[in-house]
Ligand binder design. Structure first.
Ligand code: ZN
Length: 437
């Protein structure tokens, strides 16, 4: 499972290159930007693009009309272009209605968004469910606008069409699934959430070459409405989802932040905590709250799936969030690679976590005569490995899984797993019948 044989720096570069390719595209919750994005992802993993017609009922929601945009600008009376969509797609209120009119400064201001406390940055604003038009610009630029007659153009369309999302399934030994979900609706914003998209792609790329116990389902959906659609169309199959992660904001310099599932102590929650502890790096934990990314839908009470959210700095906690400063400089290849390594170590724990029964439970078995003392691991790991074996033997009573043993012993999961494998090979353990669901 670990990305051995691959230079971390090479992976880091590749993940970043994908983000660079996706960055200029104007995405939204529907439209060609999402399609173009998903088609680029198909060059990396064979995901299926699904199209859901506008108006389709999905629980309490309906699939919105499809939005597309070609161009937008604001010109002054001299014909000078002051704001140009071609320079930044954040300049347009996402989902703006088409308009081509002459407007006064007051009217233009009534349809403009800026950030007075971050005067150099363009904000990211949307109006998906309320028909409106608007522009987003730096507060500095807005403040400099003089009384004038302005020509505003938004060359967009909003009509019946489809919402597109991507899905990729990797079959493992079991029908039980691990869900990896990420949102694909933001335009030129790098950390939120091109980092999540790229991370999901590289996890999938890595897993498709691995031998897997679980099956894996990757969903690349527009935020909120996309996961609602997916859950609505796949309600029956959700019973197979045993663990899940939503990926977001995974490329900045912050430490890992993990938001637990609504179940709070699900195996995914325990696996993430163990993997982060084992990494030796700092991290922060958050209890579930019904605010955030698509874990809100997966963890709604009617589903209550064991799905947590893996992030570096959480949304809203980095100043660049939802502004033009969430750009290619905010995400760094080494942090993307670090997020990938940590996600793979979480999945490695889930893949390896089982319950065993000690076949020699009356007093300790004699490890020396089986060559199990100092037999595995490096010299310095030798004692720790013996310690791990004693823990595994003692707690392999069918009630504790390897994660429990790792938690209780404070020994890294990989050492506990190695110890269990060695004991298994020496017929001192067998898998408990309740080991897998
Ligand atoms: Zn966002």
């Amino acid at each position: 499972m670990q990305p051995t044989g691959l230079q971390e720096s090479d992976i880091a570069k590749e993940i970043f290159q994908l983000i660079e390719r996706l960055y200029p595209i104007c995405r939204s919750i529907t439209g060609d930007g999402v399609r173009q994005t998903l088609r680029i992802l198909q060059e990396y993993i064979p995901l299926t693009i699904r199209e859901v017609p506008s108006g389709t009922r999905v629980f309490d929601w309906a699939v919105p009309k499809e939005w597309n945009i070609k161009d937008a600008y604001i010109k002054n009376s001299k014909g000078e272009k002051l704001v140009d969509f071609q320079k930044s797609n954040l300049h347009v209120l996402n989902y703006s209605l088409p308009i081509h009119e002459k407007v006064s400064l007051d009217e233009l201001k009534a349809h403009s968004f800026s950030l007075p406390d971050k005067p150099d940055w363009i904000p990211y604003r949307t109006s998906y469910y309320k028909e409106n038009w608007g522009f987003c610009l730096s507060h500095k630029q807005l403040a400099e606008l003089q009384e004038d007659e302005y020509e505003v153009l938004i060359d967009s369309t909003l009509r019946d069409g489809h919402l597109s999302y991507g899905e990729y399934f990797i079959k493992g030994e079991r029908v039980d699934e691990i869900l990896i979900s990420t949102h694909v609706c933001h335009p030129s914003l790098a950390n939120d959430n091109l980092s999540g998209i790229a991370l999901a792609v590289f996890i999938a790329k890595h897993l498709k070459a691995a031998s897997l116990r679980y099956s894996y389902r990757f969903v690349f959906t527009p935020g909120t409405i996309g996961s609602i659609i997916w859950l609505s169309l796949n309600e029956v199959q959700t019973i197979r989802i045993k663990h899940g992660l939503v990926l977001a904001c995974a490329g900045d310099s912050g430490k890992i932040n993990y938001k637990k599932s609504r179940q709070a102590n699900a195996e995914i929650d325990r696996a993430v905590i163990q993997a982060l502890r084992d990494s030796g790096d700092g991290f922060a934990l958050h209890e579930f709250s019904p605010y955030g990314y698509d874990e809100r839908q997966f963890c709604s009470p009617g589903f209550n799936l064991p799905v947590g959210c893996f992030m570096r700095t959480p949304h809203g906690e980095f100043p660049e969030y939802h502004t033009s400063a969430d750009n290619l400089e905010l995400v760094r290849p080494k942090f993307l690679a670090d997020s990938l390594t940590k996600c793979l170590s979480i999945l490695e724990i889930l893949e390896g976590n089982r319950r065993y029964l000690n076949l020699n439970p009356k007093c300790e078995p004699q490890l020396g005569k089986r060559g199990l003392y100092g037999s595995i691991g490096g010299q310095s790991d030798g004692r720790l490995q013996e310690f791990a074996m004693l823990w595994v033997l003692n707690l392999s009573d069918g009630a504790h899984d390897l994660l429990d043993i790792s938690e209780k012993s404070k020994v890294r999961f990989c050492l506990i797993k190695n110890a269990a494998d060695a004991l298994l090979a020496n017929n001192l353990l067998r898998e408990a019948s309740n080991s897998v669901s």
